[in-house]
Design a protein around this ligand. Structure first.
Ligand SMILES: [Zn+2]
Length: 336
């Protein structure tokens, strides 16, 4: 508990790989992520032929066709007859737009009626003034990792059911995530938590952030355990409301829509870089070795939570408020 309280007191917590020897470190020596597949997928999604994957464009449809093929190849179960879940929304331009989420299921072995929802947005900015915004890091990286994670979990079945969701129209205001949360394919109460990936393929300091434990302190021990054995520097932070504008990432990507309705989340992402939302966010500028380790770390966290949750949310929805955070923390149980 003392360590837990100390963690709360720090705005940012750095957990070096040598901080703990609680568990063996399988990820340091053997990757469960297939690197070749991961890198192939990010190359395809960030190719010029995808034209920046802007919602509603032919490039978006091309990316979606590729993703549908990969969902099918991985053996994901659709809800209904198709992976595609279409939605409409009014954009910042006051016009109506059409988006399409892709959603597939991996049934759990022990708690099939309880769900982890893994998300990454596949849309980006498209073409502006003749320049393609390829969005390799943002967010072909999260989308390709989603595919690799799905492939692993299909072969190594989780205890809880896992929903794999490639979301559309994040760049237009988390629209795909809002649509998913408004009408999920299963009862919202059965969603234990959201794990979101958005920009995970590059960082000069070997750092990846796990954002959200400030709001859901019961998640701190699990993030800490994964950080202690991660092949990367996994940091907590970027989730406090008293941070300077832009540094609080609580609503910065699709996890914000889950958090808005009280569903616990952890968001994985890197610090902004000079190519953020620039045409230079190309696949040549990702860091392949970092990227593989980053995806491996996200998978490790998913497996950690799948092993720990036993059909229950890590916190009661009402415990997200700060007044209840001490009680929420007391409910956290370190897995043996
Ligand atoms: Zn993004």
């Amino acid at each position: 508990m003392r360590r837990l309280r100390l963690l709360f007191a720090l705005p940012l917590v750095v957990l070096p790989a040598c901080a703990s020897v609680q568990a063996p470190a399988p990820s340091a020596t053997e990757s469960r992520i297939e690197a070749d597949r991961l890198l192939t997928d990010i190359h395809v999604l960030a190719a010029d032929s995808m034209e920046g994957r802007r919602t509603g464009t032919p490039g978006s449809a091309r990316a979606r066709a590729y993703l549908v093929d990969q969902f099918r190849g991985a053996g994901l179960t659709p809800f209904g007859t198709s992976y595609e879940q279409a939605f409409t929304f009014v954009g910042r331009d006051s016009a109506q737009h059409n988006g399409v989420n892709l959603v597939g299921l991996i049934p759990g072995t022990e708690h099939p009626e309880r769900y982890l929802v893994i998300t990454a947005h596949y849309d980006h900015l498209g073409i502006r003034e003749g320049e393609i915004y390829n969005g390799a890091d943002d967010n072909a990286s999260g989308t390709a990792a989603l595919l690799s994670i799905a492939a692993y979990l299909r072969e190594n079945r989780p205890r809880h059911s896992v929903i794999i969701a490639a979301l559309d129209a994040e760049e237009m205001g988390l629209q795909g995530a809002r649509s998913f949360v408004a009408s999920p394919p299963i009862a919202r109460e059965r969603i234990l938590m959201n794990i979101n990936m958005d920009m995970i393929s590059r960082n000069d300091n070997d750092e990846l952030y796990a954002v959200g434990s400030y709001h859901y302190p019961a998640l701190v021990p699990y993030v800490a355990r994964v950080a202690s054995r991660a092949p990367i520097r996994l940091l907590m932070g970027h989730d406090r409301p008293d941070l300077p504008p832009g540094d609080d990432w609580t609503s910065a990507s699709d996890h914000g829509a889950f958090h808005a309705v009280g569903i616990p989340f952890i968001y994985f992402g890197v610090e902004d870089h000079p190519d953020y939302h620039e045409p230079t966010d190309t696949v040549e500028n990702i860091q392949p070795e970092f990227y593989v380790r980053s995806a491996e770390t996200v998978l490790d966290f998913i497996l950690e939570m799948d092993g720990a949750l036993a059909g229950q949310r890590p916190v009661a929805p009402s415990a997200a408020s700060s007044s209840n955070s001490r009680r929420a923390a007391s409910l956290a149980v370190l897995p043996s």
